[in-house]
Design a protein around this ligand. Sequence first.
Ligand SMILES: [Zn+2]
Length: 217
Amino acid sequence: MVVVVDSVKESETKFETSRIAGFDFGLKTFLTCSDGSKIESPQFLKQSLNAIKKASRNHSKKRKGSANRERARLNLVRKHEDVVNRRSDWFWKLAHELTNRFDVLCFETLNLKGMQRLWGRKISDLAFGEFVQILEWVATKKDKQVIFIDQWYPSSKTCSRCGHVLKELDLNTREWRCPSCQSVNGRDENAAKNICAVGASTESVGDVRQATPAIAV
Ligand SMILES: [Zn+2]
């Protein structure tokens, strides 16, 4: 699935430098914002996902063709719909909240396959792709702008203070000291700051709209 960012005329975007933010997607923390704030994945989502797992186990234990199995199947379907609906509600609320707070929102182009490799199956449960689509829809309605930067930009490995780029950064390293400027960078917040800076720079040179897909295929 490719979501191409439509061109938005510059004059339509209410652009103030103070209201531009970068965001980094994560597993435990759904989004880390360049201003240091965090949006945690909601607890209800975890609970509903556990309920699905339980319903799924229950279903597979029942004898094929039995009435019990059919009941268990319907129960599983209901649990699934429940997660999808609650998650979607949460996404809409979050999209509105973020577009109230910021005029320009910068993200890395989602590399869902890469995330899947790094993080495993859980990625599909978090449904980043769905959130991005909702956010883009809400942003367009409110004349706000969503910018996607190149997925290959080393947002985690670059020091947001001095620009030094590390050769390597282990996935488990949550915090690192820059060998060049000695500043201590929290992994996600540092990445979000870089994403913000790159987004802001593309904005100023006017080539924001290079039809970067929101989701890489
Ligand atoms: Zn540095």
